[in-house]
Design a protein around this ligand. Structure first.
Ligand SMILES: [Zn+2]
Length: 120
C-alpha cells in the first residue's frame, strides 16, 4: 500500500486549500454528521480524523473534487455527481494500492506500508 500523507495545504487552481484535521474540526463535523467539508467561500477542506482509513481517503478525494468544482466548474457539478466521480476515483486508487492518510508530527510525504500494517 502506498500511503500518501496529506500535507497541511494543497493547491487547487492556484489557491491554497488548508486541510484541517483536528479535534475541533471533528466535533463540528460530528455535530452535522458529516465526514468532511469543503468551503467554497473560505477555501478550506476539513476531514473527520476518526474515520477508518478507507473512508478517510475517500472523504479527502470527495472534498478535493468539491474544491475543483468550485475553482474550475463554477459549482456546476451536483452532489450526486461529485459522489459518483469521487467514489470511482477512490475505487481505482484502492485497487492500485494508493491511499491518502492523515499526517502525524514529523511525517514524511509518502510512506510505503505493507498490507499487514492496516490489519492492526
Ligand atoms: Zn459532498
Amino acid at each position: 500500500m502506498y500511503a500518501i500523507v496529506l500535507p497541511e495545504t494543497i493547491k487547487v487552481g492556484g489557491f491554497d486549500y488548508p486541510i484541517l484535521i483536528n479535534d475541533e474540526v471533528d466535533r463540528a463535523l460530528e455535530d452535522n454528521r458529516w465526514r468532511g467539508e469543503h468551503s467554497d467561500l473560505w477555501r478550506y477542506i476539513k476531514i473527520l480524523s476518526r474515520l477508518d482509513p478507507q473512508s478517510f481517503s475517500a472523504t479527502f478525494i470527495h472534498e478535493v473534487l468539491h474544491a475543483i468544482n468550485s475553482v474550475y466548474l463554477d459549482l456546476d457539478l451536483k452532489e450526486y455527481q461529485i459522489a459518483a466521480i469521487s467514489n470511482g476515483f477512490h475505487q481505482v486508487l484502492e485497487q492500485l494500492g494508493v491511499r491518502f492518510i492523515k499526517r502525524k508530527v514529523n511525517s514524511r510525504t509518502i510512506t510505503v506500508l505493507s498490507k499487514k500494517s492496516y490489519v492492526n
